[in-house]
Design a protein around this ligand. Structure first.
Ligand SMILES: Nc1ncnc2c1ncn2[C@@H]1O[C@H](COP(=O)(O)OP(=O)(O)OP(=O)(O)O)[C@@H](O)[C@H]1O
Length: 270
């Protein structure tokens, strides 16, 4: 078997992240395979975004190593795409949708010749089509709706055809219909191009049909496994160190008691 195709897209070994006295997580070992969809879940402050920051090379580990798309994080790794949380762009922003998408391409790779420019334009067009944003690709992004802006951000992350896609709550503040569209786009990409997806979220249900495994972080502890293994009353009660009830209704997962468990903790450890 070809070694390059079996190599993990993300490798985390013995990783720890500490800020002062506080350990966000430690002893973290994780392999994310090409084409795998990993949901990263956990309460506020459990270190989900910090994990993505480590993978993007914006945050140093306190211990351990990570490899992303075969390299150390950062250093302009164009094999890595990033979709941030939706937030409204300044409505005076006159940048056009297609220019926003183009920012996801490294200019040097395409050269300055006409051929390079044409290939670059085609790639941007394909990414815009893939997210169904043709209608507003020439409009100033500041005038678009939150859902439209978010589709363009997904196009920007995908235009470089990344091997690893890091998503930080990309569905937050989108309505249900747009949540479904954006989640499906990301799923299609990983199926078509074997892109590994790490998807930070508070809410697993909009992505549940796509999730292969979950990394669930709580107060320095974590579990990794398939949703059926991790999203159970028993496992989450162990993680939260308090009784948590997980109920499955109509194909959705509902977790009761997790927030109250944390509030009690906060009282004990202000
Ligand atoms: N550079 C830093 N220095 C000190 N503390 C930090 C730093 N970066 C993050 N933290 C703290 O680490 C904790 C985890 O932050 P992080 O944003 O990773 O959590 P999260 O799980 O993504 O939370 P949320 O769900 O609220 O977005 C927070 O308490 C945050 O204040």
């Amino acid at each position: 078997m070809d070694v390059t195709t079996t190599r993990a897209a993300v490798e985390v070994r013995g990783a720890a992240l500490r800020f002062g006295e506080r350990t966000l997580w430690s002893g973290l070992d994780l392999d994310v395979a090409p084409g795998e969809f990993l949901a990263v879940l956990g309460p506020n402050g459990s270190g989900k975004t910090s994990l993505l920051r480590v993978l993007l090379g914006l945050q140093e580990l306190s211990a351990g190593t990570v490899t992303v798309a075969g390299r150390s994080p950062g250093r302009g790794n164009e094999r890595v795409g990033y979709v941030p949380q939706q937030r409204a762009m300044d409505d005076g922003l006159t940048l056009r949708g297609r220019d926003l998408v183009g920012l996801g391409l490294d200019g040097h790779r395409w050269g300055l010749g006409l051929r390079g420019l044409r290939r670059r334009r085609e790639r941007i067009e394909r990414a815009i089509e893939a997210v169904g944003a043709q209608r507003y690709a020439d409009s100033p992004v500041g005038k678009l709706s939150g859902g439209e802006q978010q589709r363009l951000r997904v196009a920007q992350a995908l235009v470089g055809e990344p091997d690893v896609l890091l998503c930080d709550e990309p569905l937050a503040s989108l309505d249900l219909a747009h949540q479904r569209i954006v989640a499906r786009l990301i799923d299609e990409r990983r199926r078509e191009a074997d892109t590994a997806v790490l998807f930070v979220t508070h809410e697993i249900n909009p992505i549940l049909p796509y999730v292969d495994r979950v990394l669930y972080l709580v107060d320095g502890q974590f579990r990794v496994g398939e949703p059926d293994e991790v999203m159970t009353s028993r496992t989450l009660s162990e993680l939260y160190r308090s009784h948590v009830e997980v109920v499955r209704v109509g194909g959705q997962i509902h977790v009761a008691g997790a927030q109250s468990a944390l509030c009690e903790d906060e009282v004990h450890h202000p």
